[in-house]
Design a protein around this ligand. Structure first.
Ligand SMILES: NC(=O)C1=CN([C@@H]2O[C@H](COP(=O)(O)OP(=O)(O)OC[C@H]3O[C@@H](n4cnc5c(N)ncnc54)[C@H](OP(=O)(O)O)[C@@H]3O)[C@@H](O)[C@H]2O)C=CC1
Ligand SMILES: O=C1O[C@H](COP(=O)(O)O)[C@@H](O)[C@H](O)[C@H]1O
Length: 483
């Protein structure tokens, strides 16, 4: 019977993602029997008051999956303990409360840090000081939310603080993209099929595009976003995770360390950009209207869009550019990985103006139209040897309509079960910062390349399209059709 302790219990993430995920796991019979959930933050709730507030928010966020009876069963194991992370004695009080709850039963605990990042260090320190990381009476794991540091130096320092209280095997740095079914499926696609691996390299692939486009603007998160910007918010974590899974070698087995070893090797092989590379190989954008958002500096130079070309210096990927881009306020919500294959060495057929001559493309649709498409040439019937582009289209939604689990469901369950395969390791996070730091430093120091404005509802600034054309390539700008 594990206990799931949430620091930051009264916050947005808890009500919007964590509790709905735990409720859904319980509803689907996946939550370990008798799992207790304990909330910790300063707001002085009684247990029932917190349960009532969570019932309302969970109903809102899970919609028709909310069942009063099932909720009632789940809520019986939900508790609240008020306290302040800044007060050491509040941890001792929490520990006493947890021990009373646990009694003689198993004392496995997962501590989930869903607080502002400045509290990650103090919270792990206090857990250590109060003996709450000690595993003699059951496993102790700590899940740490993003952002993990704001640059390499701060991530390094935070890792040191964490390791003073917890062994690395107890630490789960969450990146919710790894909980997405399609991201995990990318590993299955690559390593459970024999047909892709032989062509997954520089001999057959021209380039790779990874796009994470969001239609939404920054909403109410200006305070955080204006200091973070797109590289810290999306590239350092989610996009580099997508890159490393796309580019990694096959791990010796599917287990936390072999998988993470291979991902780290890819990140370490990414060529660091010099200031000149940054000017040439990155595009920065800011959507029009950003500086008028409440809480944003009127003269803010924060990028809300970036396109970045990276190279991976290893045998598999030498000479294959990886074009990465992400932005707020773009045309549509679309996260996809495009593997663009080379042209056949010699074309036999009609390549005239009425014939479409595109090279093969494998598109992994991460969201929202989760699936995979293979684009290839076929003949236009009764038109000589004219060609057209067609596709094989696999959609998860056709078979699993409405039953695809939320990313947090998978990740919370893995943390409860002690499987860290889908969590970032210390060296992985640091390797990702080593890639981002030179870009951020060059942008800040030289204010180059230009921060281009773009209208909301486009694919970022038009300079991004021109930049890609300058590289002899085109972005695959397609909004997914949901069907
Ligand atoms: N919200 C989201 O969608 C996402 C959030 N994250 C990350 O998750 C974390 C939490 O985000 P979010 O829920 O949005 O943040 P909120 O600001 O909504 O919540 C912060 C929580 O921390 C508690 N808190 C603040 N100070 C203390 C203290 N001294 N002692 C104990 N508790 C304290 C607050 O409660 P009280 O005031 O009652 O103490 C509140 O419960 C952040 O690190 C964020 O980067 C990551 C991805 C997405
Ligand atoms: O971590 C974050 O991710 C979201 C995008 O997540 P998604 O699952 O909706 O694709 C992003 O909006 C947010 O800015 C960022 O902090």
């Amino acid at each position: 019977m594990p206990t799931f302790v949430i620091f930051g219990a009264s916050g947005d993430l808890t009500s919007r993602k964590l509790i709905p995920a735990l409720y859904n796991l319980h509803r689907r019979g996946r939550l370990p029997e008798g799992t207790r959930v304990v909330g910790f933050s300063r707001t002085p709730y009684e247990h029932d008051a917190w349960r009532a507030e969570l019932a309302e928010s969970t109903q809102k966020f899970v919609g028709e999956k909310f069942d009063k009876g099932v909720w009632g069963e789940f809520a019986k194991n939900v508790y609240y303990h008020a306290g302040d992370i800044g007060q050491g004695e509040d941890f001792a009080g929490l520990d006493t409360f947890l021990k009373e709850l646990e009694g003689d039963a198993s004392r496995e605990r997962v501590y989930y840090l869903s607080t502002a990042p400045r509290f990650y260090g103090p919270a792990v320190e206090q857990l250590g000081k109060n003996g709450m990381a000690d595993q003699s009476s059951g496993a102790r794991r700590v899940v740490i939310e993003k952002p993990f540091g704001t640059d390499l130096a701060s991530a390094n320092k935070l890792n040191e603080v964490v390791h003073q209280s917890f062994d690395e095997s107890q630490v789960y740095r969450i990146d919710h993209y790894l909980g997405k079914e399609t991201v995990q499926n990318l590993m299955v696609l690559r390593f459970a099929n024999a047909i892709f691996e032989p062509i997954w390299n520089r001999n057959y692939i021209d380039h790779v595009q990874i796009t994470v486009a969001e239609e939404v603007e920054i909403g109410s998160r200006a305070g955080y976003y204006d200091t973070a910007g797109i590289v810290r918010d999306m590239f350092q974590n989610h996009i580099l995770q997508l890159l490393s899974i796309t580019a990694m070698e096959a791990p010796v087995k599917y287990a936390a360390d072999p998988v993470r070893d291979e991902k780290v090797k890819v990140l370490q092989a990414v060529r660091c950009l010099t200031p000149d590379d940054v000017k040439r190989d990155t595009v920065r954008g800011q959507y029009r209207g950003y500086t008028a958002e409440e809480g944003v500096e009127a003269r803010s130079r924060t990028a809300t869009f970036a396109a970045i070309k990276l190279s991976i210096d290893n045998w598999r990927w030498q000479g294959v550019p990886f074009y990465l881009r992400s932005g707020k306020a773009m045309s549509c919500r679309s996260s996809q990985i495009v593997i663009q294959f080379r042209q056949p060495p010699h074309m036999l057929f009609d390549t005239g103006p009425r014939s479409v001559n595109e090279s093969n493309r494998l598109v992994v649709q991460v969201q929202p139209a989760e699936g995979i498409q293979m684009h290839f040439q076929t003949k236009v019937p009764d038109a000589g040897m004219r060609m057209r582009q067609t596709d094989l289209d696999f959609r998860f939604g056709r078979e699993f309509k409405g039953s695809m689990p939320e990313a947090y469901e998978r990740l919370l369950l893995d943390a409860l079960e002690g499987d860290a395969s889908l969590f970032a390791r210390a060296d992985e996070v640091e390797a990702a910062w080593s890639i981002c730091d030179p870009i951020l430093a060059a942008w800040a120091k030289y204010d180059r390349p230009t921060l281009y404005p773009y209208d909301p509802g486009l694919w970022g600034p038009e300079e991004s399209t021109e930049w890609m054309q300058g590289h002899g390539r085109e972005w695959f700008d397609t909004c997914p059709v949901l069907r």
